[in-house]
Design a protein around this ligand. Structure first.
Ligand code: ATP
Ligand code: MG
Length: 417
């Protein structure tokens, strides 16, 4: 118990660190190129934010949230997703008073009480991007483009972009009625979750994962056939913008973000390489959300991307992740004076940005060398009485075995190259 992590969580052990660092650095870099700025918000928020911002009728709010009362009796929830906290912070800090649109990105842990399986954890990690204050479909295309480029730059070859429109509150009502009418005779066969969705949020039945429900919705009326003129035009505009970016996509009328404040664009990047949980990135437009959580009426569009699923897909696609550089120099020392000189040299080298280590476990010289080998130090230097006397140090290249003698006060310059 004490040495088992809670179900659905995963430790990142140091051997894997380089993969996460690589992904995170590349993400920050592409966000810079696209003009997005980072935002950080707390891990927990008032529960009400998610009830409003994610929606009372969603799986997340109904059964997946880590919610508890703090000692003052406030209901607190661990963040299950990134968009509503970002909206909350932007409204609280009057982001709308600054230059528009606001282009924001985040890199966060999220918490959902789900049934753990491959690609589905209780603590998982997301990247996300959001654009607030832009209703032009070029913003939707831009958001899709950064996701698309990032996925490709990470060496993922097997992924498909699927797009759809979920309309707007004006046209959705007619579709909802038609969908209910269509499903009425099949109601008893629906899974329990979809039975409740039938009343609250029937569009979500379309993307139910149950094979029985998938069969039942075959031939169901699709939102794309019910779009009002404005939404229809927006969808055409989106496609034209994606073409301009040179981004390939397929239209999948079953991709949904089934809440009233989600409007028009919905999309997912899906891979077949990692099994059933193949959506690495999902997003869309939410023109009603900012107002719903108490801000001025402002359009928004964005996505969330699962980092674990990204790493799994990269691995499955054989993407190359460069190893991080390890220890460049190991300083082996003998005697008290040698140790002092070693520490001074180590400090100087570190200040020059060189990765240096010394033994801190009281090893003798032979074992210090063994240790240098085990940590794959690229070079070693010995400092003992004779080196202190001659004022010369020998730098040994551990791969080639080549040895170079350098005056003590020139070692830093020699290693800096
Ligand atoms: P799914 O259909 O897989 O349940 P979702 O619609 O609940 O996904 P979003 O809320 O759109 O997911 O989250 C964005 C992304 O975060 C997903 O596309 C996925 O990559 C990742 N993600 C979501 N839930 C989990 C989880 N429990 N474990 C790992 N990654 C997740
Ligand atoms: Mg989910």
């Amino acid at each position: 118990m004490l040495t088992n992590a809670p179900k659905g969580t995963k430790d990142m052990m140091p051997e894997e660190g380089y993969k996460w660092h690589y992904l995170e650095e590349k993400f920050a870099d592409i966000c810079r190129r696209y003009g997005f700025q980072e935002i950080r918000t707390p891990v927990f928020e008032h529960t009400e934010l998610f009830q409003r911002g994610v929606g009372d009728t969603t799986d997340i709010v109904q059964k997946e949230m880590y919610t508890f009362n703090d000692f003052a009796g406030r209901s607190i929830t661990l963040r299950p997703e990134g968009t509503s906290p970002v909206v909350r912070a932007w409204v609280e800090h009057k982001g709308y008073a600054g230059v528009q649109p606001s282009k924001l990105y985040y890199n966060i842990p999220c918490y959902r009480y789900e049934k753990p399986q491959s690609g589905r954890l209780r603590e998982f990690h997301q990247f996300g991007v959001e654009i607030f204050g832009a209703s032009d479909m070029l913003a939707d295309a831009e958001v899709i483009a950064i996701g698309n480029d990032f996925i490709r730059e990470m060496g993922i070859t097997d992924v498909e972009l699927q797009i759809n429109s979920v309309g707007c509150p004006n046209c959705r009502q007619k579709h909802r009625d038609a969908l209910r009418e269509f499903l009425k005779p099949k109601y008893d066969e629906l899974c329990d979750t979809c039975k409740s969705r039938y009343e609250t949020n029937p569009m979500r039945i379309l993307d139910c994962k149950s094979p029985i429900d998938q069969e039942l919705v075959k031939g169901a009326p699709m939102m794309l056939d019910y779009l009002c003129d404005e939404c229809k035009e927006a969808f055409e505009d989106l496609k034209a913008n994606l073409d301009a970016f040179g981004i390939e996509y397929t239209v999948n009328p079953k991709i949904v973000r089934g809440l009233d404040y989600y409007t028009k664009t919905a999309f997912e990047f899906i891979t077949t390489k990692i099994g059933a949980q193949g959506t690495v990135c999902g997003g869309g437009r939410y023109d009603g959300l900012i107002e719903e959580v108490g801000g001025p009426s402002t359009p928004g569009v964005g996505w969330g991307m699962g980092k674990e699923r990204m790493l799994m897909t990269m691995e499955a696609c054989g993407a190359q992740i460069p190893d991080e550089e390890g220890t460049e120099v190991f300083i082996a020392v003998m005697g008290e004076e040698g140790k002092k000189a070693g520490v001074r040299l180590m400090k100087d080298l570190r200040e020059e940005g060189i990765a240096v280590q010394m033994d801190v476990a009281g090893r003798n010289l032979k074992n210090q060398f063994k240790h240098a080998n085990r940590i794959h130090a690229a070079k070693t230097i010995v400092i003992g009485d004779s080196e202190l006397e001659s004022g010369k140090l020998t730098i040994k290249d551990m791969t080639s075995g080549e040895q170079t003698e350098v005056a003590m006060d020139e070692v830093v310059a020699a290693l800096k190259k």
